[in-house]
Design a binder for this molecule. Structure first.
Ligand code: HEC
Length: 157
């Protein structure tokens, strides 16, 4: 998939061979990893708010649930091409837990993100409707998280 092949590859560093460029390059790759973990952080936080209501740990409130679902869906729908870039897998760039397969299997990884977007879009509608709808929408969202983490996220660093 063309869009993942941005210029930030290790090969580019090797070709240019400038130490200063390599330093800036490493910082850019680490920045991409931090940014996507920020994306995942918003996703995790938002799902936590919804999950708390779904489990009855927090009172159901339609406005709060809608806001959390909108942020969840927005974060899930962020443009991925400048954050999930080739050459940023676990063991190569500090802080990364993305398995090599996330970058060698672009189509499979992208499909998992699309599954998440589908589930979070349904959550946007459900969350503001009522508690039962919110609860029913939790399963597909949680399944989308788990399916991708199982296939493409490595062990804790
Ligand atoms: C398309 C794949 C994919 C989907 C879908 C996905 N994740 Fe992730 N997630 C990852 C990968 C890969 C990482 C590790 C990223 C890294 O370290 O570079 C990650 C990391 C995280 C982290 C760690 C962030 C940090 O600060 O270290 C959290 C929290 C998280 N995901 C929550 C979720 C939740 C909750 C969902 C579902 C609502 C979800 N993710 C859906 C792939 C996915």
């Amino acid at each position: 998939m063309r869009l993942f092949k941005l210029s930030l590859t290790s090969a580019a560093v090797a070709t240019f061979g400038f130490a200063a460029f390599a330093d800036g390059h490493t910082a850019a790759l680490e920045g991409a990893v931090k940014a996507r973990n920020g994306q995942m952080g918003v996703i995790g936080y938002s799902l936590g708010l919804l999950g708390g209501m779904a489990k009855g740990e927090a009172p159901y409130d339609a406005a709060t649930a809608s806001a959390a679902a909108e942020n969840l869906n927005a974060a899930a729908s962020m443009n991925r091409i400048v954050m999930w870039i080739d050459g940023t897998e676990q063991g190569v760039v500090a802080g990364s837990r993305a398995l090599p397969e996330a970058f060698s299997d672009h189509a499979g990884f992208e499909a998992k993100f699309v599954d998440l977007e589908t589930a979070t879009a349904a959550m946007v509608t459900a969350a503001g409707t009522d508690l039962a709808s919110l609860q029913a929408a939790m399963g597909p969202v949680g399944a989308a998280c788990g399916a991708c983490h199982k296939a493409y996220r490595g062990p804790k660093n």
